[in-house]
Design a protein around this ligand. Structure first.
Ligand code: PMP
Ligand code: GLN
Length: 393
């Protein structure tokens, strides 16, 4: 509701018509219909028990007041150590690492710190819904560059990327591993992206929240490790997906000190700081994340296979998902040209909720793609898969 009768109230242009996110809408639909929710990427999987105990202990020990605005030093050090150990990227924890309220705040604060009104930001389409919203809050515009598809996976089109750059382009948001497609950008694709960013002096904001969830035996490659990229890149990640703690909202951003200082300037007036008892506990968990993540990857990889096979058996055409939480499927074999219609009918027809990929599209793309999430308990997936067979496609 945009107006209130009897008053002059109307929302500011920067939020007008934004409504509620597709995730809220679909989770509510699942709740209202009793359908299995394969819409929102909210994990049903366990967290490391020691991490949970550490947080409980920290709360009881009184770690309940504001942390330093930039984050608890132990977590900033653990993030710096993680980036060095895994990717060979050195950061000064005092000036080049900032703890945020989830990746969501890191992304918003980064866009606010980098972009002036009128600027353009490039992102590969379909893309996570926060990017267009963040651009809009900054008075900037998100320009989508459609990923191509070969019927199996999603591919960068370097010519389309080049064609999207204008004199107004200030930044590029790169999400790998990618939501909603499960794509992992290859070394060659990252090199092509990096070349364009260097050539046009773009700032890169990366979203690497699925960095530990790559299933194809591929390494995660942060773009900031490529030549000439560290100085222009803000690397964003978070604890939510890695430890199945999406409700804690602890994230971080790493980059060169002047860029991180600008992000801190925005961040301090969005939330100032948050999550004191989580931060120290996560610092410890991050120190041994490799062992934990290997187990989680095994579980998610098996879930992906169950869902992919289930979608095939139901007659849909799933795409390859190399990482993350989601499988894309072509729903045309079920008689739908439009994923929105398919998702609207799905709870009533079989009792499953999914998300139309068009909700992630900034530019017109295939209408017939639907996103299904597999970060669920095996029983939930088995239930969803057996319900999907009723589609009889
Ligand atoms: N980026 C992507 C690609 C995501 O899928 C999500 C989902 N939660 C986020 C950012 C937000 O992360 P956080 O929960 O840490 O804010
Ligand atoms: N990242 C999750 C997804 O893509 C949900 C995030 C949210 O609900 N804001 O489904």
């Amino acid at each position: 509701m945009d107006t209130v009768s009897g008053t002059a109230w109307r929302p500011a242009a920067r939020v007008r018509g934004m409504g509620t996110s597709i995730f809220t809408e679909m989770t509510e639909l699942a709740r209202a219909t009793g359908a299995v929710n394969l819409g929102q990427g909210v994990p049903e999987l366990a967290s490391p028990p020691a991490l949970l105990r550490d947080v409980a202990d920290a709360v009881l020990a009184g770690a309940n007041q504001y942390p330093p605005a930039a984050g608890v030093p132990a977590l900033r050090e653990a993030v710096a150590a993680h980036q060095l150990r895994r990717y060979g990227l050195a950061h000064d924890p005092a000036t080049e690492v900032l703890v945020t309220t989830g990746a969501t705040e890191a992304l918003a604060a980064s866009v606010l710190a980098v972009c002036d009104p009128g600027d353009e930001i490039i992102a590969f389409d379909p893309c996570y819904d926060a990017y267009a919203a963040d651009a809009r809050l900054a008075g900037a515009t998100l320009v989508g560059v459609a990923l191509a598809t070969d019927g199996d996976g999603f591919l960068l089109d370097p010519d389309a990327l080049r064609a999207a750059v204008t004199p107004r382009t200030r930044a590029l948001i790169l999400n790998t591993p990618h939501n909603p497609t499960g794509k992992v950008f290859t070394q060659a694709e990252l090199a092509a992206v990096a070349e364009v960013c260097r050539e046009h002096d773009l700032t890169v904001i990366t979203d690497e929240v699925y960095e530990h969830l790559v299933y194809a035996g591929l390494p995660h490659l942060p773009v900031s490790a490529l030549p000439g990229m560290r100085e222009r890149t803000l690397t964003v990640s978070s604890a939510g997906k890695t430890f199945n703690t999406t409700g804690w909202k602890v994230g971080w951003v790493c980059g060169p000190a002047p860029l991180v200082a600008a992000v801190s300037a925005a961040k301090q007036f969005l939330t100032y700081a948050s999550g004191t008892p989580y931060q120290g506990a996560l610092a410890r968990a991050l120190g041994s994340v490799e062992e934990w993540a290997a187990g989680l990857r095994g579980e998610l990889r098996a879930n992906r296979d169950v869902l992919t096979e289930g979608l095939k058996a139901a007659g849909l055409r799933p795409f390859r998902a190399d990482a993350g939480y989601f499988v894309q499927a072509d729903v045309r074999p079920a008689g739908y040209e439009d994923g929105v219609e398919f998702c609207r009918d799905l709870p009533g027809r079989v009792g499953v909720v999914a998300i139309p990929t068009s909700a992630f599209q900034v530019v017109a793309g295939p209408r017939w793609l639907v996103r299904f999430s597999f970060c669920k308990k095996r029983e939930t997936l088995d239930d969803a898969v057996s319900r999907l067979q009723r589609l009889g496609a």
